[in-house]
Design a binder for this molecule. Structure first.
Ligand code: NAD
Length: 546
């Protein structure tokens, strides 16, 4: 089927009443663009997350946004436009709530039933908050993760180390590049030949093979010659991991980014081809689930065994441990999630993945901002290295965009600067500032972002709701609240936000309020849980009660 939209629409001029609405329309269209979404025909943006319920909803969202007035707000219920209400000019233009079920019913069986009846959709995170920007979005976070890991377990670099991982999908594709940026060698197992081909075509992986022996030889030669290399191996991760344990070939680091969070629609059982998976999933879903559970137990059993034999093993946010544990493998939780292991201290300071998108569609807007960021952070090696790497290597998918981990004070600084440049016409069109959901204060996810909290508050779900409400109060252009995300139904609540920076006085006034609040909620959340770094940071930014 011909994809619904192409990014050529960027040059068609303003289609909405003002840039605030136009910005959200372009972000929506960008999310389902054939160069951005993993499966645009089915509106799947990445993982199993959709941007809109169905094609009728897509048409409804587009036509409503084109008519939306500057003092109205469109409501989206799990990917379906349901109403427009009169609000204020400074209010959000779109508020969305996705995949939320009443807690006692928040399980996959219930969800799938409701999804089948057309009453809901799975929105993952940036898919249904219309802020997905392709694999760059998660790249810097993946780089940060391996960077902290290298500092914690090795001598600050992955030079001479090899990493076994899986999945070359929307998120997983960031792994080979992030590992290379940390000077390591990666072996990535992927079941889908098309994903392997794509990864080589776009220089995400250097070489590919369907032979484990050949893959191991590539790794060996790269390590011996002290070079970085990414090797894509066609195969089922569970089978390959088990075979490596059997051969006692032990990687330095092991993780996984298959869509393990969704056993029916994402994860592929052992001995299944993709065609077979499609047929069995549709015709005998209970058999598919049984086989997927058996496979995931084999998969995680091998990961646990790698840990016992000396590898650094971690769960990379896809709920693989939880799935194996629920399927009956008790030892599954014996390796950590990447958040408490490598990311929490950064988030206690409010340091997490921020991003901006050029609504002009012109890459020069992003390069101008790159230069400003590089100059401003000339003494921050990490940010400088990242921007230089990104400028030289990253292919924009859809609207040109940049992601960069930043604290609240840096977000305010860059957004204010860009607002001035938009007003002066130096940047060609407004810029959308947005973020991942894996942000300091926007996620409650006891198997990932809020695992192993110091005060035991792992399952408290209040904070992301406070985050969404505060962003609404402060007038972010788009605010959303979600359930499920990267770990699946029942396991996370999270919020999204975007601000269209259009050069106006009103946006200038919103910027410090929005970014202090959006990030500050996270700092307060960790300070409240007793983390010293967050307590210090809250004092420094004068956050908390008067
Ligand atoms: P995706 O669905 O786009 O890609 C998953 C890939 O895994 C696919 O290419 C699929 O072919 C492959 N795969 C499935 N089963 C396999 C198997 N048994 N063996 C080998 N390959 C297999 O998903 P994605 O967007 O790349 O995300 C990957 C996982 O990470 C998801 O569970 C997602 O929810 C989670 N996630 C992680 C983060 C993070 O920050 N680390 C963020 C969001 C989501």
């Amino acid at each position: 089927m011909e994809p619904l939209v192409h990014h050529q629409y960027f040059s068609e001029g303003l289609q909405c009443n003002d840039w605030q609405v136009e910005g959200i329309l372009r972000m929506f269209l960008n999310t389902i663009d054939s160069d951005v979404a993993e499966d645009p025909d089915n509106l799947v943006v990445y993982g199993t997350g959709k941007a809109a319920r169905n094609q009728e909803s897509v048409r409804g969202i587009i036509s409503t946004l084109k008519k939306l007035k500057s003092d109205e707000t469109l409501l989206i219920q799990s990917g379906k436009p349901v109403a427009v209400f009169k609000s204020f000019e400074h209010s959000p233009r779109v508020i969305a709530v996705n995949s939320v079920l009443v807690p006692a019913f928040a399980n996959w069986d219930e969800f799938r039933q409701l999804e089948k009846s057309g009453l809901t959709m799975y929105g993952q995170s940036t898919a249904s908050s219309w802020s997905y920007i392709g694999s760059q979005g998660v790249l810097q976070g993946t780089y940060e993760t391996f960077n902290v890991l290298a500092k914690d377990h090795f001598s600050g670099t992955l030079k001479g180390k090899w990493i076994l991982t899986s999945g070359l999908g929307g998120m997983g594709s960031a792994q080979p590049t992030a590992i290379k940026m940390n000077d390591g060698v990666s072996l990535i197992v992927e079941i889908d030949f098309n994903k392997i081909e794509r990864s080589v075509k776009y220089n995400i992986c250097d070489v590919s093979t369907d032979s484990l022996d050949e893959a191991l030889n590539y790794v060996k030669v790269a390590i011996e010659n002290n070079i970085t290399l990414s090797v894509a191996l066609l195969g089922n991760a569970a089978e390959v991991y088990q075979e490596l344990v059997h051969r006692n070939v032990i990687p330095d680091i092991v993780t996984d980014q298959t869509s393990a969070h969704n056993l029916l629609d994402g994860y592929i059982p052992a001995d299944y081809t993709l065609e077979h998976a499609k047929r069995i999933r549709e015709q005998v879903p209970e058999m598919y689930l049984r086989d997927a559970k058996e496979t995931i137990i084999r998969h995680v059993t091998s990961m646990v065994e790698f840990k016992k034999r000396g590898s650094v093993v971690f769960d990379y946010g896809n709920s693989i441990r939880q799935q194996a544990n629920s399927a009956g493998y008790e030892e599954a939780l014996s390796f950590p999630s990447f958040i408490p292991a490598y990311i929490r201290n950064l988030q206690c300071e409010g340091y997490s993945p921020f991003r901006w998108v050029a609504l002009s569609g012109d890459p020069s807007d992003i390069y101008k901002i790159d230069d400003i960021v590089k100059n401003h952070f000339s003494d921050n090696e990490k940010i400088k290295k990242w921007i230089e790497y990104a400028q030289a290597n990253i292919r924009f998918q859809g609207l040109p965009a940049r992601t960069c981990w930043m604290k609240a004070e840096d977000r305010i600084w860059i957004a204010e600067k860009v607002n001035e440049l938009v007003a002066e016409g130096i940047i060609l069109a407004p810029i959308v500032f947005t973020r991942d959901h894996m942000d300091a204060g926007s996620m409650a996810s006891p198997m990932r972002e809020t695992e192993d909290m110091k005060d035991g508050s792992d399952v408290i779900g209040d904070w992301p709701i406070l985050n969404a409400l505060l962003n609404t109060a402060n007038g972010a252009t788009f605010v959303s609240f979600h359930h499920g995300g990267g770990v699946g139904i029942g396991y996370s609540l999270h919020a999204g936000m975007s601000l269209v920076v259009d050069g106006s006085r009103m946006v200038h006034e919103k910027i410090p309020r929005i970014f202090t609040g959006d990030v500050g909620i996270g700092i307060i959340r960790y300070a409240d849980a007793g983390y010293d770094i967050a307590i210090q940071k809250a004092k420094e930014l004068k956050l908390g009660l008067k």
